[in-house]
Ligand binder design. Structure first.
Ligand SMILES: Cc1cc2nc3c(=O)[nH]c(=O)nc-3n(C[C@H](O)[C@H](O)[C@H](O)COP(=O)(O)O)c2cc1C
Length: 376
């Protein structure tokens, strides 16, 4: 992957002409965010446990993973997953995935009844199975249906409504026009915010996210609240996105997995301070324990131990003996194994290390049971 400061230099507006992020406020409807950043939707990761661990480290706002409307309407497993909230987990958006306007509107009402503050529509997911069922990113290529969904959900949701898009279905001119129609409808319907991932749906995760697109979009729609997404792996990346593109907030996704301190770090940079040192071993242990305890509440002991493997290997990246810790987390099968890893590697304090600024794409998914196809 190309380095980010060189080839990335896409923003054609000099940084000094963009209002300083520190002086811009970031709002989602009635909610004023203390930091212009949020915990992104991440299928298989961004559950209540991950969100709360992030919030305790300065994350002001979060969204669930994409929840299938039909599952919510049938009161199925997805509903449980999505509806588990706790008092600390607000404001929070519930993200909907679906293809049919009436069902999406009904599912939005279910999420509101569950206690979600904001409803978010996913028109971004590039997974083949999702696209094949006319959901997610497919809708970027079917603006008539997308707009019908937006209008019906708007009628059903009295409060804040937001949306996740990619920058287009593909590179064609018509795909660009379709994005424009959908985005303009969101402005017209007074969506509280739109998050835009700077890759096309067809691109999936190849190449770089196009931050120039984000910058141009924000210039064209200065009144709209836009969250930028794509290739934000460190707090410095988040700061650079704010400065270079002028977006209102940063949607922090892969960069937050196993590194909830990315929010604390960004908060320090926003205050004009230098980057805090990486969390020490005992600080890491504390976050891992919090995460594990909440995952156990959500899933029960057995499932939590398995689920936490994929989180553990991400936390391991901040440990000075990362490779060994990674291997030990992968082998975890039970609560006892889990405790064993903590006792062996996290019992004594010491300095942590910074997570990599560009994650290895393969490593991102290895051992976590989630294949790249499963990402949105
Ligand atoms: C494992 C994985 C799961 C994802 N699940 C969702 C999801 O449920 N909803 C969503 O809006 N985006 C989802 N995304 C997309 C991310 O939120 C984000 O837009 C994308 O990864 C680009 O940001 P990044 O390069 O900073 O990671 C997912 C991405 C990954 C890697």
């Amino acid at each position: 992957m190309a380095t980010k400061s060189g080839p990335r230099g896409q923003a054609n507006k000099p940084a000094e002409l963009v209002a300083s992020p520190a002086t811009r406020s970031c709002r989602i409807g009635e909610f004023s965010l203390a930091l212009p950043a949020m915990q992104a939707g991440l299928a298989g990761y961004s559950d209540m446990a991950m969100r709360v661990v992030a919030r305790r480290r300065d994350c002001p706002y979060a969204v669930t993973e994409a929840l299938l409307d039909r599952v919510l309407l049938m009161g199925g497993r997805g509903r449980e997953k999505g509806s588990v909230l706790c008092p600390e987990d607000h404001p929070v958006a519930g993200q909907l995935l679906g293809s049919e306007a009436e069902e999406m509107a009904a599912a939005a009402r279910v999420l509101l009844d569950c206690g979600f503050d904001v409803i978010d529509l996913n028109f971004a997911c590039p997974v083949r199975k999702v696209m094949g069922r006319c959901r997610g990113g497919y809708l970027l290529g079917d603006p008539a249906e997308a707009i019908e969904i937006m209008r019906r959900v708007r009628d059903a949701v009295p409060g804040a409504l937001t949306m996740k898009l990619r920058r287009a279905l593909d590179e064609s001119a018509v795909a660009g026009e379709n994005f424009q129609r959908i985005f303009e409808e969101a402005v017209e319907l007074e969506f509280a915010a739109v998050a835009v991932h700077g890759r096309t749906v067809r691109q999936k995760y190849t190449g770089l996210a196009d931050w120039t697109f984000l910058e141009q979009l924000k210039s064209r729609y200065p009144q709209a609240t836009i969250f930028g997404s794509g290739d934000v792996f460190t707090a410095e990346d988040a700061m650079r996105m704010l400065v270079e593109t002028g977006v209102d907030g940063v949607w922090i996704a892969r960069g937050a997995i196993g590194n909830p301190w990315i929010f604390r770090d960004l908060a320090a940079l926003m205050r004009g301070e230098s980057l805090p040192p990486p969390p020490g071993i005992l600080e890491q242990r504390q976050a891992i324990l919090e995460h594990y305890a909440m995952a156990t509440t959500l899933y029960g002991e057995d499932q939590a131990s398995r689920h936490m493997r994929k989180m553990g290997i991400k936390y391991a990246k901040l440990h000075p003996q990362g490779a060994v810790v990674w291997r030990d987390f992968i082998a975890v099968r039970s609560q006892m194994d889990w405790q064993g890893v903590l006792d062996r590697h996290y019992h004594q304090d010491g300095p942590g290390i910074r997570p990599p600024s560009v994650p290895d794409a393969q490593d991102m998914f290895r051992g976590c049971g989630v294949v790249p196809e499963g990402c949105t």
